[in-house]
Each structure stands twice: as C-alpha cells, then as structure tokens.
Design a protein around this ligand. Sequence first.
Ligand code: GLU
Length: 465
Amino acid sequence: MENIRTRFAPSPTGSLHIGGARTALFAWAFARRYGGKFVLRIEDTDIERSTQASVDAILDSMRWLGLDYDEGPYYQSARIVRYREVIQRLLDKGKAYYCYASKSELEALRETQRAKGLKPRYDGRWRDSKAAPPADVDPVVRFKNPLAGEVVFDDLIKGRIAVDNQELDDLIIARADGTPTYNFCVVVDDYDMNITHVIRGDDHVNNTPRQINILTALGASIPRYAHVPMILGGDGERLSKRHGAVSVMQYRDEGYLPQALLNYLARLGWAHGDAEIFSIAQFVDWFGLAAINNSPARFDPGKLLWVNQQHVRAMNDSELAELVAPLMEQDGIELAPQPVLSDVIALLKERSQTLQQLARSASWFYRAPQPVEEMRREYLTKDIKPSIMALREKLGTTEWNREAISKALKSVASEHDLKFPELAMPLRAIVAGQTQTPAIDATLHVLGKQSVLNRIDAQLQHFPA
Ligand code: GLU
C-alpha cells in the first residue's frame, strides 16, 4: 500500500471516552499494520467548550493505552493563520464568496421553506450576486458547492455512498468574525497532513460529501474514508455516562489493564474468527477495516470485566505486583519485604478480575486482620481453642514448606478428632479475618511462619475462656 497516514482528531471537550478510544485504536492499528504514520490532532477551535484539562486527559489516556502517535499533537487553534490563507485562496479563485444575508433574512428564508414542506437550506442568494454589499452586515464566507452531479465515495466500512449535490447548500467556511468553521478546518488539516485514510465515528458521515467537495476545490487528492459505527449501551441507546463508566481514565482507576481494554474495544464491532483474548501486537497483525462490522456495537461491561480477568491471569506475577503495589499503598497498606508481593499475587490472581480487587484481597497479607464478632462466635470458640493451641505448637516447629504445613494441619486435625475444615476455617478466620482464602497450606506458606504464629498468638488471647 501507499504511505498510509491516519489520524485521530478528538475535540477536547471532555475526557477520552470508550467510543473515541476505539476509533483511535482502529486508526492507530491501521497505520501500524501497514507501516504508516499515525497523527494526533486536537480539534480545539471551539474555544467555549475546549479545555486544557480535556487535552491533558486525552493525552494521558492515549499514553496509558499505549496508542503512540508519530506526529502531533497538532492543535487547530495554532493553525488559524493557515485556515485564513486557504479561505482567501478559495475567495481569490472564485470558489468561495462573501454572503451578507442577515440573521433575520435567513430566518425568514427557513420559515418559507418549512411552510412549503422543504428542507431548510441556504438558497445561494449571494453566490453570484452583483448587488452592492450592505454596509451594516459583516459577511460570512461560503463555499461554492457544485450545483449539479453527485459526490460518491466508497466508504471502507459502509460501502458506496452517493449524495446529490443539490442536497448540499453552500457551507459557511468563515464566520462573520473571520473564524474558520469546524468542517473547513478538518478539510485543510487532512489535506496539509496528507491523511490517506480518514477513520472516524460515523456521526461524521454526513460531513464527508461536503468535505470531499472542498478538498476537490483545493485540488487535493481525496483520502479513503472509513466510518466506524457507534457504540450503544445495553439499552440500545447511544453510549453515554448514563451507562456507567465511559471514560478511559475511569477504567484505569478501577484497576483495568490497558491491554484488556484495548482487546475488548478491538472486539467491539470487529472480529477475527472466534478469537476473544489476544495481545495488541496480535490484533495489529490481524487488523483490517473490512472486518469492521457495519452495524452499531453494544457495550457490555460484564464482558469487559471478563476480558480483563483473562489478561490479569495471563500477566506474570512480578509485573502484576508492580501495578498492584501502588494501589495498596494508596489504600494505606504498608508493604513489607515479607511476604513477597509477587508470591501473594500468584495465590490470588486466578480469582481477581481487576487490579483493584487484587490489591484489596492482598491487603490482609500485610495487615493483621481483626475477625469480626460474628466470625469469632462461629469459629473462635472455647471448644476449638485446645486444637488451635496444639496447632500453634506444631507449626512452631514445622519446616516451612507447603507439604510440611499441610502434614502438620492434618495431624492436628486427626489428633483432635476434627474434620479438616473444622480446623481450617477457624485458622482462616485467625490469619485472614475471612473464611475465603486460597488453599490454606499455600496461604500459610506465603504469609510466612512468623506472621502466622503472631496472628495465632494475638487471637488466642481473645478466645472465650
Ligand atoms: N473532532 C471530531 C470529534 O471529536 C472528529 C472529526 C474527524 O475525525 O473528522 O468528533
């Protein structure tokens, strides 16, 4: 393929959402797949709604996801001079013109059209007008859209799209105050940045015919377009905050792995056979626009959680430990050299869906638990006390490996005529403050001899006499 150049062009009016991240992923993966370039462009011409905080959130999210760009970020706000220059060029070539129609005039026009049951559109009254411009109106600049023929493009996802030029009126490209309009900036940018493939949300598909006409007027070559269908919530409505977490950063904060979020987003409306869990490198290798589904995708948080769990399981223990440690510290847990966090992780990761869950379930390894009253009443009873004391003795002299610990537990249980769980449950309550733990021998082993003995000693004092 030619030198592929794709771009992601977010408007910084909020954080990066799931939908934007998926569009970015597709544009990035397409460039990576074909050895092209991926450009980041911040579309911040709407100064009222654009904020630096949003720009930062977008850049942070891209960094966290690992969607690296080869060029940019370019800021539209820094390119106003260039847009004005192109507007002037179109005016000079007679491909754009000043329109002096006042607001009230345009309103009246719309009213008549509506009354006739017509679609409201500008009627081109200043297009070829020789009338003297009114002195009291600051003109807008309009693009001279072709009057006849159709705009046809082969969308790489949606297939052929044809729009009659008669459907399109003369787009305003500069406002009365001289500022360029959104659709125009996009065109100049895609042109200047030599974008070969415009991969974006299909909420922009209606802008495309107008953008193609302007590109043609500029003598630019027309990029290929791929409009990605939107993401719906479980209720079939367009995905929004109402559906819960939608911002990328929220998923980071809730303990999702970036590779899991990308894996899930990749699968949302795209498939490679029945592959569900894959690395991003694998995805790039498989990726093509043709396999993107042409109908809206449905966001399923439960499935995302499952995908995350698969990636947590697949990750190695020490890498996970590095990610989990700061989360535990944030929760006020003081990590110690013993037990080794990656050993704790190895025990817990099978049952954890997120890093946060992992951090939470690892906490009692570092902070002696306080069994709740109910648990004491049920498990830390007068009757069991002699067995726990005997176990304390035995563990004190046991060699500290899993087999030896297991043997010690079994022998105390049988000496005291207990079924194994009758001993293991109170022991879990003592060392973990809960009755759900990984295998008790492995748990004690990782916790370390001294901690186990200390925890038993501390609880023995609370047993009823
Ligand atoms: N700035 C637009 C948005 O955030 C994207 C425009 C485009 O990709 O052409 O929706």
